[in-house]
Design a protein around this ligand. Structure first.
Ligand SMILES: [Zn+2]
Length: 303
């Protein structure tokens, strides 16, 4: 693998989409381009997922909701919750991405570390979409790992600026999946779910305070929960300039966070699969570069 960590990507993650929409659908393709240009995503370390198995989808989500989404028969309210224009391209990418996170987790179990260049749709609930999230790849992957592999304990370490409410709800009766969300308290979703551990941060928190909370929380969880694998949501909407953020974290701070999290896990020999999570910016190239930080950190930690 030429020393590069495995990276999971599919060319259909980005598809023709209204460019003025708040959700930056182009970012997945731009992120892959960015990494390819820098020699970090090559034929040797690229893995492509297939369509998520029905069985995997249905052990986490409501089968009727899945059917309504796939067949474009969602109600008006459901479409409003989804807040993304339905299209064949949307269905295709939505059914690919969860198996991308499963694939990244399987690669992480084998190689120690793997990056999914998408994923982290943590607001999706059992039978409805929310916050641009239709299916919950993190909960789907946790269920697959616990039920279809030998994994005993999964830690979901979610550092997206928004609370992982869907993941918390979907896994609340699963004692072997520990959900931890470190988010800005006064931000979407305004009605929070209850994760196994919620760390609500004040608006405007800066790098030093943030990095120390993330480090302390991770180390405490590794000592107490002893996961066999970690799913790390490296959302970049903690960035100071993110329009949906409200924290005051620099790009240097994000790089330090990701290097610190991956370094800790690799040092302790705990497999980790990363997902990119949220990130918003009218400058799509700048956003792609910001999402590349987690992949660059993975390369640095593996060297
Ligand atoms: Zn977010």
């Amino acid at each position: 693998m030429s020393g590069l960590p495995p990276m999971v990507h599919h060319p259909d993650y980005s598809f023709p989409f209204p460019p003025e929409h708040r959700f930056p659908m182009a970012k997945f393709g731009l992120l892959a381009d960015y990494l390819r240009t820098r020699g970090l995503l090559t034929a040797a370390n690229t893995y492509r997922p297939g369509r998520c198995r029905d069985h995997w989808l249905k052990q986490t989500h409501c089968p009727e909701y899945l059917d309504r989404f796939i067949n474009n028969t969602l109600s008006r309210d459901e479409r409003r919750q989804m807040n993304l224009p339905w299209s064949d391209g949307l269905v295709k990418r939505t059914l690919l991405a969860p198996s991308g996170t499963v694939l990244a987790a399987q690669l992480a179990l084998h190689h120690g570390l793997a990056c999914h260049l998408a994923g982290g749709t943590h607001h999706a609930h059992y039978d409805h979409a929310s916050g641009f999230c239709i299916l919950n790849d993190l909960a789907i992957t946790a269920h697959v790992l616990l039920r279809q592999t030998g994994v005993k304990r999964v830690l979901i370490f979610d550092c997206d600026v928004h609370q992982g409410d869907g993941t918390a709800s979907l896994l609340k009766n699963e004692p072997n999946a520990f959900t931890c969300s470190i988010h800005c308290e006064n931000n979407f979703p305004f009605t929070k779910a209850t994760s196994d551990l919620d760390v609500g941060l004040p608006v405007g928190m800066n790098d030093d305070d943030y990095l120390s909370v993330v480090d302390r929380t991770l180390n405490r969880l590794l000592d107490t929960f002893s996961p066999d694998i970690v799913l790390y949501d490296a959302g970049v909407d903690v960035f100071s300039g993110d329009p949906l953020g409200r924290l005051n974290i620099t790009e240097g701070g994000i790089r330090q966070r990701d290097t610190q999290v991956l370094g800790t896990l690799v040092r302790r020999g705990i497999p980790v699969a990363t997902v990119i999570g949220g990130g918003y910016d009218d400058d799509r190239q700048a956003l792609a570069a910001r999402h590349a930080i987690i992949a660059e950190a993975a390369v640095a930690v593996m060297r």
